[in-house]
Design a protein around this ligand. Structure first.
Ligand SMILES: [Zn+2]
Length: 485
């Protein structure tokens, strides 16, 4: 009884803390914002120069007079307060030594004023000529140049000369009752929170380049040594691409989805394509249908193993086959937990990372041919977590084992991995053991169905699980750090 009281308080506290627009969970389809992006890549300059015509639809229920966009690419500039690359990954990422990029806004049309501001020059603030009231629209056109650092990271030119274009355009900040969420580029975790929109993207590229993108190709023309390729993507919270003049491709079709693996070297594209297809089928059946017509798997250089975007995943091209297979399944799982069902990756990273890790475990458990077992994965996570706990307890006298905290409250990648991945995996396995498979997976199906294309709060996931079985107290024990592992 005491426990119940505590957990009700927990839920109330979570609801108060988590102020992203969650009312839409389970609601009917909403009208969306749209991005019409046209960008040209110059390999000589390492720049992407483009315009974004952003059509804003006000679904906030409030009067909006300014729009705020994230300029993620500006974190790569000289003098940035926050490095986009974590301390631990710096030397692997900056393969050519220290160098910089940046995102410069050159003009904004359709506004009365604009400025680059924010804690770390990470925000473009656009004052609209007139207030936009609920259900009204406004349009602005932003011209910009993204200069790419030589870096193996989400946005940059890699040592294999792939062009990683994560976060390559100004992205509207997610809106809460308190305004647009303005988060700097924290080096640990994925500091991105954005809402679903529609996209038309046109790239002008040197003619020998191939683009892996989030979108479905809609047109292609060639002229004067260039190709102009257009893509569309609907109801997605981001759009990403990887360009290369050395890509080979291998496609596999599953259901209505075409999966294409883009690779440059002697990686194992057939194996990666096969496991991407198998896991996409498995998650579609287990949680709900994959929503997009394509999935691009881009093998490129990264300082981490993989990175997810809607309908595009980046997989580090240096991984051995076993790690590439594992990472591909993890990033494919993110299509459900991050891409379709969004969540607050800054303040509740365990929610999508934990579910992606646990979904990965479930896939391998059902597909023993890949050689990963539930027991081995759970044991590995438990061993790693206990080692973290022991080391931190000895060095700092205590280990912070709370799971709900902001990315900037993690000491670094090691603590983050053990809390948001390992501890969350252990928690989901404990929940599944307590609930039984039918209730556990039924809860995740309900969570997916109710919250797809929205930003789900922690309380939505907890409620979906708790209504199948009384597990609020158990979840509270893990999230608050009271449960000993
Ligand atoms: Zn992940």
């Amino acid at each position: 009884m005491n426990m119940k009281k505590t957990t009700s308080l927990l839920l109330a506290a979570l609801a108060a803390l988590f102020t992203l627009p969650t009312a839409a969970c389970g609601g009917e389809e909403e009208k969306l914002c749209s991005y019409d992006i046209s960008a040209t890549y110059s390999a000589e300059e390492r720049t992407l120069t483009g315009t974004v015509t952003f059509d804003y639809f006000n679904d906030t229920g409030s009067e909006i007079s300014d729009l705020k966009f994230n300029l993620w690419g500006n974190a790569y500039r000289e003098g940035a307060t926050y490095s986009p690359v974590s301390r631990e990954s710096q030397s692997a990422a900056y393969y050519d030594g220290t160098n910089y990029g940046g995102m410069e806004i050159t003009s904004v049309e359709g506004c009365s004023a604009w400025e680059v501001c924010g804690e770390d020059e990470n925000i473009l603030s656009v004052a609209l000529p007139a207030s936009v009231f609920p259900d009204e629209r406004a349009s602005v056109t932003i011209s910009y140049t993204l200069t790419l650092a030589k870096v193996n990271h989400r946005t940059g030119v890699t040592e294999e000369n792939c062009v990683n274009l994560g976060n390559f355009y100004p992205v509207l900040c997610a809106y809460t009752g308190e305004g647009f969420v303005q988060t700097p580029y924290y080096p640990t975790g994925d500091p991105f929170v954005s809402e679903c929109a529609d996209y038309k993207v046109t790239f002008t590229l040197p003619e020998n380049y191939i683009a892996a993108t989030s979108g479905k190709e809609t047109s292609r023309t060639a002229a004067e040594g260039k190709i102009i390729v257009s893509y569309s993507l609907e109801n997605a919270r981001d759009f990403a691409a990887v360009l290369s003049d050395g890509f080979s491709t291998e496609s596999v079709r599953t259901g209505d989805t075409t999966i294409t693996v883009y690779y440059t070297g002697d990686q194992a594209p057939a194996k990666v394509g096969e496991v991407a297809a198998a896991s996409l089928e498995y998650f579609s059946e287990k949680f709900g249908e994959y929503a997009y017509p394509t999935l691009s798997v881009a093998m490129t250089s990264l300082s981490v193993s993989g990175m997810e975007y809607p309908a595009l995943v980046m997989i580090d091209d240096d991984l051995d086959t076993s790690d590439a297979v594992y990472t591909t399944v993890h990033e494919t799982a993110h299509q459900w937990w991050y891409a379709m069902v969004g969540s607050d990756q800054v303040r509740a990273a365990w929610q999508d990372e934990g579910l992606a890790e646990y979904s990965t475990l479930c896939f391998f458990e059902s597909n023993p041919v890949y050689g990963f077992t539930r027991t081995a994965m759970l044991d590995a996570a438990t061993r790693a977590y206990r080692a973290y706990y022991s080391v931190y307890s000895q060095i700092f006298g205590e280990a912070d084992t709370t799971m709900t905290r902001s990315l900037d409250q993690f000491a670094g990648d090691y603590e983050y991995a053990n809390i948001a991945y390992n501890k969350a995996l252990i928690m989901f396995d404990a929940l599944r053991s307590a609930m039984g498979d039918d209730r556990f997976f039924g809860a995740l199906r309900n969570y997916f169905e109710r919250c797809k294309f929205t930003l789900a709060g922690e309380e939505h996931l907890i409620a979906a699980l708790d209504e199948k079985y009384d597990v609020e107290g158990m979840i509270d024990g893990f999230l608050s750090g009271k449960t000993i592992i």
